[in-house]
Design a binder for this molecule. Sequence first.
Ligand code: 13P
Length: 247
Amino acid sequence: MGRRKLAAGNWKMNGVKAALAEIEALEAAYPAPDCDVLICPPATLISAMAAVGNTVKVGGQDCHANASGAHTGDISAEILADAGASAVLVGHSERRADHGESDADVNAKAEAAWRAGLIAVICVGETEAERTAGKALDIVGGQLAGSVPAGATGENTVVAYEPVWAIGTGLVPTLEDIAEMHDFMRAELAKSHPAAFDDFRLLYGGSVKPSNAAEIFAVSNVDGGLVGGASLKAADFGGIIKAASEG
Ligand code: 13P
């Protein structure tokens, strides 16, 4: 109800300067879509992408909880904001797996994002083994409880459900399973954030493509997508923007 859809792209560890042509192509093809558009490139491209982007807003893929200091190789939310970012992903499953990030770490990063004026896109999702064991709702419920700080609102926070087994595999949950999870997340947030729960945008991520985006975005409580592989090329991501605009 009243939630504007969001087409978000996560370029992960892909993208050099030449890839900015994809943003120019998106801007030319979709000057005023009826949805919000966000791309999270490698940090090296944020500044240049923010200069090219107008409809396309730019985000980081991770941030440190601190504003500055002796943390070689890390980047703070304040530095991302200074480069032109308006949002940052926190708790992506690849960060949780590759860097051992806990729910408490993700919670602190979300608060760091807000401190810098960024929207926190908080990612959650179960593994294949957890789903097979019938624990998907429990796992995601626990991640929400641990990762979404008390101060979250529809303005400063987006939640992305990305089942780990659907990322980069071409596998997608059934529409019924997506609806079950998104309805569950809304209900959990209603308990933890009673004043804001109806305002949060809840994204689905995991093998979203132009060919399946419209049906996924039409599912109950799905307010857009977080897209990996299909966000790298304007021809593909354009189809996803179109689906979000029409959904
Ligand atoms: P794919 O769209 O490539 O499956 O990646 C999803 C993802 O992890 C986005 O953050």
